[in-house]
Design a binder for this molecule. Structure first.
Ligand SMILES: Cc1cc2nc3c(=O)[nH]c(=O)nc-3n(C[C@H](O)[C@H](O)[C@H](O)COP(=O)(O)O)c2cc1C
Length: 167
């Protein structure tokens, strides 16, 4: 990094400005070492590369799921649909058993797949990068599926939104 002196920075405003970038919502799920399931909600999911097929997301270094994710052989990205904000809230909460009464099947490396989502991507680790207080995770996609009939859950300005499709 070049030697630059940075001006004072208002993190709360920065966060607010970032919230103006509308995103979808995904839950990253997997089975860590000691057979412990993990799941956490992210809005930082994005596409990276078609060949090889790569996706990315960033995880807070303080997230309890991070060591489990890094230890897992693979993981799933579950893209939520409009009526799944309850799953987003459940997997964004701190502590407790997030999995009580959550239906799921299993994908690659026993990663839990949430039912009736907009799309799934089953991944193995491709690379990890330093992202400041986050770790940037790049996954190589092994398989995927999607549901044409559903609408996405959108996150914008700190709230869940619906997508109004034009006729
Ligand atoms: C809509 C939404 C998007 C989020 N996006 C991210 C994200 O991209 N990366 C991240 O680390 N946390 C994100 N979070 C916060 C985590 O889901 C939350 O901190 C969670 O409690 C982490 O769980 P864990 O500590 O059990 O791993 C988001 C939360 C919400 C509600």
């Amino acid at each position: 990094m070049p030697d630059i002196s940075f001006p004072p920075f208002d993190s709360a405003s920065f966060r607010r400005a970032l919230g103006h970038y509308a995103t979808g919502v995904a839950v990253i799920t997997g089975l860590g070492d000691k057979d412990e399931r993990f799941g956490l909600t992210v809005s930082s999911f994005n596409s990276v590369s078609l060949d090889p097929p790569l996706v990315l997301f960033s995880i807070d270094r303080a997230a309890r799921s991070l060591p489990l994710l890094l230890a897992a052989e693979g993981y799933a990205v579950n893209i939520l649909c409009r009526n799944q904000d309850h799953l987003s809230n459940r997997f964004a909460r701190y502590g407790g058993d997030k999995w009580t009464s959550v239906e799921h099947t299993h994908g690659h490396a026993q990663a839990p797949l949430l039912p009736d989502t907009l799309a799934h991507f089953e991944c193995v680790h491709y690379a990890h990068y330093d992202g400041g207080d986050h770790v940037i995770c790049v996954g190589r996609v092994l398989t995927f599926s999607w549901n044409e009939a559903e609408r996405p859950l959108i996150f914008f300005r700190g709230a869940y939104r619906d997508l109004h499709l034009e006729a």
